[in-house]
Ligand binder design. Structure first.
Ligand SMILES: *Cc1c(COP(=O)(O)O)cnc(C)c1O
Length: 377
């Protein structure tokens, strides 16, 4: 928790549950990533937290943006980003979204299928396109791979097709999975992308860009390698495979830039010994749960550090759950959380490193997509 957040919480005691984000911390993380990867252009993955103050600050810092939807593109533009600073990085896009983005001046689109490529060719003629490869997501606490990306062989054909359709086959991308703690995942993915890059260049395409995606991890309850080590490994792998002929490098960090900048402040609703026996497991119910934004606790994948005013006193293993009447609304049960025995209902509990993928999951517009409209007739 940054001193600024700590001061804000004690001076304002805002109603819970709430998310407090230190935007200066986002700027520090941006600078740290820039230092670690000086040759890469940063495209902030807007879906991690699309709040206007974050977008404004990143625009001021010269960041570019990876957008998942036309709504996110509009948010970037209204925060002052130019269309040239925006990549439409979702492999699944509505025709109307492609058209609006292109008309607004966005000129960088991803695809991983023939069908999507054809949509782009028809609705954003001549645009720069890049193909997403599927790569191993081993080592990622929040993997993404099955839904996106294609094989090297298929990508080869698609990139040639992109040229034939009058598009500009600009580059290749991958994503090693979110909260990726294994540096080797990037090295392996770069080796894979480099081979295809070389083959396509030999086939006459003028490829100029490699998009390394996001995935850079932050510290939750366990240490993760420093960003400098990722930077070094990525730099070395790129030089090893591309020599002096380095293509333009893009990275799309989401979690790394905003995750540690946020704290969710909550209130304990109930502490109980289920079943009544003294040795029965202790449950603590908070006023936020799986449906209030903590979706990444699914499978207990992301383990937020928990702070209370009683820290340092006698503690014990605790099941942590949300307030709703849904049976899956449990945050941590298989691996219990060690919490002070003095904890009582009405106490405040802080969940740290909740700046990424929390506010968006509880909004009714995840990734910018408009909420379900309802019609009662
Ligand atoms: C979600 C996503 C990101 C951001 O991933 P992080 O793990 O938060 O860094 C980057 N690029 C694409 C295409 C994404 O879908």
């Amino acid at each position: 928790m940054t001193p600024k957040i700590s001061r804000f919480l004690s001076e304002n005691r805002p109603a819970t549950p709430c998310l407090v984000v230190d935007v200066d911390h986002v700027a520090e993380r941006y600078a740290a990533l820039k230092d670690a990867l000086p040759l890469a252009q940063i495209y902030y993955a807007v879906k991690a937290n699309p709040a206007a103050p974050i977008l404004h600050r990143l625009v001021d810092l010269g960041s570019c943006f990876d957008a998942a939807s036309i709504e996110e593109i509009r948010m970037c533009l209204s925060a002052g980003a130019t269309p040239q600073q925006i990549s439409f990085g979702n492999t699944v896009k509505k025709v109307s979204a492609i058209r609006e983005a292109f008309e607004a001046g966005v000129n960088l689109f991803v695809f991983d299928s023939e069908e999507e490529l054809d949509k782009i060719a028809r609705n954003a003629p001549g645009a720069r396109v890049y193909c997403r490869l599927v790569v191993e997501n081993d080592g990622a606490d929040w993997p993404l791979s099955r839904k996106f990306g294609t094989t090297v062989k298929h990508a080869y054909d698609l990139m040639l097709r992109a040229g034939a359709l009058g598009l500009d086959p600009y580059g290749l991308s991958f994503h090693v999975g979110s909260q990726q703690t294994g540096i080797e995942a990037y090295e392996a993915a770069i080796a894979k992308v480099a081979m295809l890059f070389t083959d396509l260049s030999a086939a006459g395409l003028d490829l100029r860009m490699v998009n390394l995606g996001g995935g850079f991890p932050i510290r939750y309850r366990d240490d993760v390698p420093e960003i400098e080590r990722f930077g070094l490994a990525v730099g070395q792998a790129m030089t090893q495979h591309f020599g002096n002929n380095l293509p333009q490098m893009l990275v799309e960090p989401g979690r790394f830039l905003v995750g540690s900048a946020g704290v969710v402040s909550t209130e304990v609703v109930l502490v109980s010994r289920r079943g009544g026996a003294p040795e029965a497991p202790r449950w603590v119910y908070l006023d936020i749960g799986r449906f209030g934004g903590l979706a990444e606790t699914e499978g207990e994948a992301i383990r937020y550090p928990v702070r209370t005013a009683h820290d340092g006193t006698e503690s014990g293993p605790t099941v942590l759950a949300g307030p709703s009447c849904d049976g899956v609304d449990i945050l941590y049960e298989k691996r219990k959380v060690d919490l002070p025995l003095a904890l009582r209902d009405g106490d405040r509990v802080e969940l740290l490193s909740t700046g990424a993928y929390v506010s968006t999951y509880c909004s009714t517009g995840f990734n910018g997509f408009a909420p379900l409209q309802e019609h009662y007739i």
